[in-house]
Design a protein around this ligand. Structure first.
Ligand SMILES: [Mn+2]
Length: 429
């Protein structure tokens, strides 16, 4: 398998860091023993855990105001796959890539070969009916799957069917649909008719799903439509998944909720009724900020994983959530941000595995609010970094991925090989 970063350099760095890591790992193992937790069991689960990289994440993001391109940005999907390979090589936590059509459109055989070169797989396909593409016949200015014009709806449906077709050719097993449809003025759109048109379009897409595929619908409260959005919240999303059928599930993007909303509780509800499809991880302070996962509120991320681990251990029905990062990197090197974010997600999972669930259930039944909360805090406060670092070391990754990446000079190398493309306007992706 090809490696983008010199493995000798990673090994040399690891050799210097390994003795301290071994001590830290042994020490953590002893402390977990006292809590009746076997560190190797936690290790095994963490090592098997993966989060997908969105192809668009390796490019520099932007806001609706401006985009400041980084050095050596990927020019096409093949450059993006190389950057994704770097992230996977060093973190061993990101085995798959989620493609966005048409941005990543290429001959499927070439896509497959490029991914196989690095041992990468393909996660969910993402369709795009929130932008107009060059040469596109009908505009999505006033919507796509819920558009008032049947021909525009058909065009958007056909695009989603094409995404499934490409996905089938490259080994993907899911389609994620997010639409920007909505309205900016009261009265502009009829809420019920818009939603009925959306459902009718989605039924056509659902009917084209291969038997082993899943369809994810992603809700978002606002933006680009600022007065009303057709798929605005988890309630609407749940209705969609239920109306479509057993292969339809809800996708939860952490940034797509109102401030202060209890997302972990939404996660629990969707799990309880067998409709949690997966996640787009990111973080936010104010709205759909698309900041790096865990950079603002790692406790909320932990609380989401607390629900996921609870369901995993209980053997919840239809429970196989897809994990993907979905964030915009405006001021950092996207590769570094994605490496750190992947380990933040892994850390939240590892900490959630440490929750003493028998004790928690006891405190819940006894209405001992303080000790119930402390039980979660005890798990959250545990430094799981030695487990994560060991999962990288034992599987050929880097103990310190960012240090290895910086030492490799990868960014400067690709900057020389990838001439800067002229900066576009708004860079929101
Ligand atoms: Mn998203």
């Amino acid at each position: 398998m090809d490696q983008m970063i010199d493995h000798g350099l990673v090994e040399a760095q690891n050799a210097a860091l390994a003795p301290a890591l071994e001590r830290d790992y042994g020490d953590l193992g002893e402390r977990l023993d006292r809590r009746d937790i076997a560190i190797e069991e936690v290790y095994r689960k963490v090592a098997a855990f993966g989060v997908a990289i969105p192809s668009w994440g390796v490019g520099t993001g932007g806001t609706r105001f401006a985009r400041f391109p980084g050095e050596g940005e990927p020019r096409d999907i093949f450059d993006k796959l190389e950057d994704c390979a770097v992230i996977q090589q060093l973190t061993r936590a990101t085995p798959s890539v989620s493609l966005h059509i048409p941005w990543d459109k290429a001959e499927p055989g070439r896509l497959k070969a490029a991914a196989e070169r690095f041992g990468l797989g393909f996660d969910a396909m993402n369709s795009n009916s929130f932008q107009d593409q060059p040469g596109q016949e009908l505009s999505y200015k006033f919507g796509s799957l819920s558009h008032t014009d049947p021909a525009t709806r058909q065009q958007a449906i056909a695009h989603n069917l094409e995404c499934i077709e490409i996905g089938e050719a490259i080994g993907s097993k899911a389609l994620t649909v997010w639409i920007g449809d909505g309205s900016n003025f009261p009265g502009q759109a009829h809420f019920a008719r818009s939603f009925e048109r959306y459902l009718a379009s989605m039924r056509e897409i659902y009917a084209a799903l291969p038997g082993d595929w899943r369809l994810f619908s992603e809700h978002k409260m606002y933006e680009p439509a600022f007065y009303s959005t057709v798929v605005q919240d988890w309630g609407t999303n749940y209705i969609i998944a239920r109306e479509l059928g057993p292969q339809a599930f809800c996708l939860v993007d952490l940034g797509h909720h109102a401030q202060g909303v209890n997302i972990e509780m939404i996660v629990s509800r969707l799990i309880q009724f067998g409709k949690l499809g997966g996640f787009h991880f990111n973080d936010s302070k104010y709205g759909d900020d698309d900041l790096d996962t865990g950079s603002i509120d790692p406790y909320r991320l932990f609380l989401v994983f607390n629900e996921l681990v609870d369901a995993e251990l209980a053997g919840a029905k239809d429970f196989a959530p897809a994990h993907m990062l979905d964030q915009s990197h405006n001021v950092t090197d996207p590769i570094e941000s994605l490496m750190i974010s992947a380990t933040e997600v892994q850390a939240a999972y590892a900490r959630a595995l440490l929750v003493d669930r028998a004790a928690l259930a006891g405190y819940q039944n006894a209405n001992d609010a303080l000790m119930a909360s402390q039980t979660l805090k005890a798990a959250f406060r545990t430094d799981v970094e030695p487990i994560l670092a060991m999962a990288r070391l034992r599987r050929g990754g880097a103990i310190d991925p960012v240090a290895a990446y910086r030492a490799s000079g990868y960014r400067a190398r690709v900057a020389a090989a990838r001439p800067a493309v002229r900066a576009g306007g708004g860079g929101i992706v």
